[in-house]
Design a protein around this ligand. Structure first.
Ligand SMILES: C[S@@+](CC[C@H](N)C(=O)[O-])C[C@H]1O[C@@H](n2cnc3c(N)ncnc32)[C@H](O)[C@@H]1O
Length: 181
């Protein structure tokens, strides 16, 4: 017969395994970022006050919370894992930014990121290939797309970080959005 602490430990490990492993089958694994990395991403994207940052696969929402708290942005994220959605909503409340950060539970492939000034992505190449180029139809021509770790196939970045982990893409450099198809 197992004792209560052992049962709780097993449940905790199963939940954690679910949070890490299940998303791999939907599009991208979970990999929490260090606070310094989150700030570096938002600075790289040049997020400004009042802009809307969108994170597809927002995890526990820390990029969005930092965008709202430290960069005075508005933020919206979609996450498939219900546990991370609960955690993200809790963290927005704890950080006092729940009026500016909207966490949606859902599949990023069905989500409309049309309000984004900055679209932030930390997904796998497979997920990116599924998203692009279709997603370009839904985006503002002025959007800045920032991808962490994975570059976008067939698109030339405007800016690449020194360590080649961050890629910024802009659609409004004199090109019509349709020219990307
Ligand atoms: C690498 S993590 C990035 C988390 C967050 N964007 C960040 O940068 O800290 C990828 C996230 O995407 C989520 N995810 C994977 N597939 C998804 C899908 N189809 N729809 C919504 N979220 C998804 C995972 O649950 C995970 O939280």
């Amino acid at each position: 017969m197992l004792e209560l602490p052992t049962i709780l430990l097993i449940c905790g490990l199963l939940i954690l395994a679910g949070m890490v492993i299940l998303p791999i089958f939907f599009g991208a694994p979970w990999h929490p970022l260090m606070p310094g990395t989150i700030r570096r991403i938002l600075r790289f994207a040049e997020v400004g006050p009042g802009e809307t940052v969108c994170d597809l696969g927002c995890g526990e929402g820390r990029v969005l919370i930092t965008a709202a708290k430290e960069f005075s942005a508005r933020a919206i994220g979609v996450e498939i894992d219900p546990l991370k959605v609960v955690l993200a909503r809790l963290l927005t409340r704890i950080n006092g930014v729940d009026d500016r950060v909207n966490i949606v539970r859902g599949n990023l492939f069905d989500f409309d990121p049309g309000s984004a000034d900055v679209l932030y992505l930390y997904l796998t190449h497979q997920a990116m290939d599924k998203l692009f180029p279709e997603i370009l139809k839904k985006l503002k021509p002025s959007v800045r797309i920032v991808s962490y770790r994975f570059c976008l196939r067939g698109m030339t970045p405007e800016k690449v970080s020194e360590d080649k982990t961050l890629f910024l893409y802009q659609l409004d450099k004199g090109s019509k959005i349709n020219s990307y198809y």
